[in-house]
Design a protein around this ligand. Structure first.
Ligand code: 13P
Ligand code: ZN
Length: 274
């Protein structure tokens, strides 16, 4: 059996958590990541019959039965993941219609998965239903996106359009837009259900006055998605209080759509000029 700390999925997870911390998105224990790993991949590093502990999840996620996830631990600091992966991360197998997580590796100090596991697993299920290649759900607290939820209209179309107008690349990177939830109590099944529902139509979901969720096919792509939205929010927070003299027009956004062959969220752009 190979050493799991050398597994490409583990190396990438550690690098990503470190990078997110370095970006200032994950103060203290803020943020959490879940990465779905194929059984064949896990089997190279772990005995699949050796379950260390069974941990109840407190919710149902039957479509994920038998799936494996590498997940950050609750209360754990992203800055420490690189120094003690086995304490700060855990590898679980979902069983019992999603109601039980079997721990195969990690949470070595007796800890458990993130308190946001409902939002993660329910979002995985929602994204897999529309994109079978989805593997990652990522949550963090980027400062500018968070700030924007205090001063910008929380209407999803308005929020998305503003971000698209802040950087030329935005509509190319997230043509599906950004969905927005009002403030809700975190760590609950309710916010999990609401997040997953929003994940059906977009890969980014803002939690007002809290942070953001992103989903994607790998850690790099998901990080890049959040990074791009956060850059746009940064531009917005730099200019929102200044007189706006120019912007990216809808005609220009259509040029980007055509050039990069993306599908913008329906109804979010003004109809093309004839
Ligand atoms: P956890 O430490 O349980 O992952 O919670 C952090 C967080 O960001 C809650 O939304
Ligand atoms: Zn959070």
């Amino acid at each position: 059996m190979k050493n799991i700390l050398t597994a490409p999925f583990m190396v990438e997870m550690i690098r990503t958590a470190t990078n997110m911390y370095d970006h200032g998105w994950d103060e203290r224990n803020g943020g959490n990541i879940s990465l779905m790993v194929d059984e064949d991949e896990v089997a190279k590093y772990l005995d699949l019959n050796s379950v260390l502990r069974e941990i109840p999840t407190g919710f149902d996620a039957s479509t994920l039965d038998g799936k494996y996830f590498l997940v950050t631990g609750t209360g754990k600091y992203f800055k420490n993941v690189q120094y003690a992966p086995e304490v700060n991360l855990g590898l679980i197998r979902v069983t019992d219609s999603g109601r039980t997580a079997q721990l195969l590796w990690g949470y070595a100090d007796g800890g458990k998965f993130t308190s946001e596991l409902p939002a993660h697993l329910m979002s995985h299920a929602a994204r897999l239903a529309v994109d079978p290649e989805n593997r990652v759900v990522m949550h963090c607290h980027p400062g500018n996106l968070l700030a924007m939820t205090y001063v910008h209209d929380l209407n999803e179309k308005a929020f998305t359009r503003t971000l698209w107008q802040m950087c030329t690349e935005c509509i190319v990177v997230f043509p599906d837009g950004v969905n927005v939830l009002p403030w809700m109590l975190c760590g609950t099944n309710e916010i999990g259900i609401a997040t997953a529902e929003k994940m059906g139509s977009a890969r980014l979901v803002v939690w007002s006055q809290h942070g953001i969720y992103g989903a994607g096919k790998d850690l790099d792509e998901t990080f890049g998605l959040i990074e791009t939205a956060e850059k746009a929010a940064e531009i917005y927070m730099k200019i929102a209080h200044l007189p706006l003299l120019t912007t990216i027009t809808d005609d220009q956004l259509w040029l980007l759509v055509d050039r990069f062959e993306v599908e913008p969220r329906e109804g979010y752009l003004a109809p093309r000029q004839a």
